[in-house]
Write a protein that binds this ligand. Sequence first.
Ligand code: NAD
Length: 496
Amino acid sequence: MEHTPLPLTPEAALAAYEGVNLINGQRVAAQAQLDVLNPATMQVLGHAAASGAMETDAAVAAAKAAGADWAALPARARGKLVAAAGRAMLAELETVARLLAMETGKALRTECRGEVTVAADLLEFYGGLGSELKGETIPFNPRILTMTTREPLGVVAAILPWNVPLVLMMLKIAPALVAGNTVVVKASEEAPFATLLAAEVVMSHLPDGVLNVVCGTGADCGAALTAHEDVAKITFTGSEAAGETVYSAGAKKIIPVSLELGGKSPMIICPDANLDKTVAGAISGMRFTRQGQSCTAASRIYVHADLYDDFTARLTGELDRLVIGDPLDEATDVGTIVSTKQAATIARYVAMAEACDGAQVIRCATLPDDAALSPELFMLPTLITDLPDDHPCVTEEIFGPVAVILKWSDYDDVIARANDSRYGLAATVWTTNIATALDATARLNAGYVQVNQNLTIQPNVSYGGFGRSGLGKEASLEAMLEHFTRKKTIVMAFDI
Ligand code: NAD
């Protein structure tokens, strides 16, 4: 089928995606719509489809109908199409990145362009892995051929949050598609438009129905998708609470579910650490330029007593230099919080810290003074010190620009404190001593442990949490094989 030309500007994209889903290669209007706000101005940016069971059924039916032909294509051929979509994504980088900045409030220069680049890279990375969908021969009996093959699962439901929707979408759809599945993406109701555009870039390289996108709320659209009889696999990134509901929906049908949920990730700064690097590392690790809205944000910073005062003063000084402002302005380092709901949650935690005896709340940088912007969702990077370890700001995910700084002096004790969490997504250690690095990485209870750096998700680097941070891995070959295929064992005996 002929593809509709891609919109060339963010404004054209907003017009093209007003109230629609992407089903079977077409933009299809939904029966109802939801407002999507620009968090920097609090003006309505556009309207997303408010899909329910009817729209979700249509998307799953399209994915199901496209399944057999897509699965029958050689895996390398599927991979080449996905890799080509990655290269095409780079050609659309500016439009996609601007759209993302407009709907999420994330700064274009420090966040959105980089996100589109990583999203494109993930498509290219997985596109090259088609040949790896291979099985094994098993030395069971010399007269009996025993082997395994990898098969696609069928229709995959991929449910996305708003904070890094494009990278998270590619982590799901790229391995799913290369493995021969067809996909229905459920976009975030807060940030649907860049997802729609990025998905259309990918769809323009695929047969109709192989990739579909539905928009709407979790309660209506998400629940209809996870309950759908023809969905064979759910891959979900979002909150712990929604993750539980999604996992139950999968359990009812006995289908595999991968979950990437919350985090409260520790960063341990040892007395031998290089202070210049740790200060810069704390800013990037805390994802302050994304207003801390990151599942891997290093939000518990344990600093050795010898460095504590110096580190806190230098971190405060560096955070003061961050420019908070219009997400589209090239001078801006930090944009907004995504929504009033999220801002209220963050404010509630900061108020709890302020009410705590002895705690210090340090607000850094300055709010923008621009009449074109609405002040509501701009928030200052905030450090909190002198909190007890059982304070909610230390134990719970805030998902905002708020890091707690905690003092330590005993190494074994700080490892125990870092591990005292129901989450286990990420952890960081800063030390120049390799023995300390090896010991700490072995003992920290987290799926993604880094030393002297704080990278975000990278293609080929397996990523996923322990404990209540989720189930399963993403970003790697293993993720494609383990989570988007099923293994068949074949035992063949001939009377020869
Ligand atoms: P959320 O759980 O509110 O929503 C995520 C998605 O799930 C949305 O598309 C939503 O509509 C959908 N959803 C909600 N309820 C549903 C239901 N009952 N059935 C099906 N779908 C449903 O999360 P959010 O506020 O969009 O994102 C922030 C959260 O995501 C944070 O907790 C953060 O830690 C987590 N997150 C985790 C990772 C990771 O890799 N571990 C990455 C990014 C974000």
